[in-house]
Design a protein around this ligand. Structure first.
Ligand SMILES: C[S@@+](CC[C@H](N)C(=O)[O-])C[C@H]1O[C@@H](n2cnc3c(N)ncnc32)[C@H](O)[C@@H]1O
Length: 248
């Protein structure tokens, strides 16, 4: 993707920080987010590609596609070339800085369809209506656990019959025995992407109370409880997964 505004290198945790505070999606992170996420999430590009092709196959005429926690709009840009131009995209995020980047990127790549970018907090409730596809890519993990079930119910209620949720998350192993190995492989992945030991450990500390992963089966259970009738895992790499959930 050729975007001048988003090619900045992630050096947020490069220098030693005296007291690491909780991770925030403010201007510092928004400015380097695309580099950060592609160096921090294994197969990020493939997850985006799969999300777009799944969305294209499930979108329904006369409905909207929602991207919750849309960040800089990478998913919407991926879907743009595969989904009919009458379909409106609605991107939601609680970070104004992310939505500003998102707006510039959508304009830069020449998105012509109607789109609406909304500032809203997924912890406190969000309005979803007439959706055939809802995307939650690496976002539910940042929603407070107590608010997750309600958010999933809101999504089910806002989907038309046959509508889908495409959700990708950082996860815990089903058996805690494997967590240590999976984390080791994950940090090795980050090292291969040129993150230093200090960057890895400072970011881990910053995310500790902010990113709360569940097990894949816990997420699937929560999706079924919320009212989804079919759930299928479409992506899995150690501690990352993607699931598509269908409302009948
Ligand atoms: C890891 S990023 C998501 C990446 C993005 N979906 C993608 O595919 O590239 C998480 C996003 O969720 C947003 N977010 C986190 N908590 C939120 C909340 N409670 N309400 C709305 N957005 C939230 C953050 O601002 C951030 O942009």
């Amino acid at each position: 993707m050729s975007s001048k505004i988003n090619t900045n290198k992630d050096e947020v945790f490069k220098e030693e920080i005296n007291k690491v505070s909780d991770f925030k999606f403010g201007s510092k992170v928004a400015g380097v987010f695309d580099d950060m996420v592609s160096r921090s999430v294994p197969y990020y590009g493939e997850i985006q590609r799969m999300t777009a092709e799944l969305a294209a196959d499930h979108v329904q005429k006369g409905t909207d596609i929602y991207d919750l926690g849309c960040s800089t709009g990478t998913t919407m840009i991926g879907m743009n070339s595969l989904v009919d131009e009458d379909i409106r995209f609605i991107g939601i995020d609680d970070s104004v800085e992310m939505l500003e980047k998102c707006h510039s990127k959508l304009k830069e790549v020449g998105v012509k369809r109607p789109f609406d970018l909304r500032v809203a907090d997924l912890n406190t409730g969000v309005e979803i209506t007439n959706a055939s596809v809802v995307v939650l890519c690496l976002t539910l993990q940042f929603v407070r656990p107590i608010a997750r079930e309600k958010l999933l119910k809101t999504i089910v209620d806002g989907l038309v019959p046959g509508g889908v949720l495409i959700i990708s998350e950082k996860i815990l192993a089903e058996e805690s025995l494997f967590n240590r190995d999976f984390i080791k492989y994950y940090y090795n992945y980050k090292r291969r992407n040129n993150y230093s030991e200090m960057e890895i450990s400072q970011k881990r500390e910053a995310l500790e109370n902010v990113l709360i992963p569940y097990k894949l089966n816990e997420n699937i259970h929560m999706l079924r409880e919320a009212g989804f009738d079919h759930c299928e895992t479409f992506f899995k790499w150690y501690n990352f997964s993607g699931v598509i959930a269908v409302k009948k």
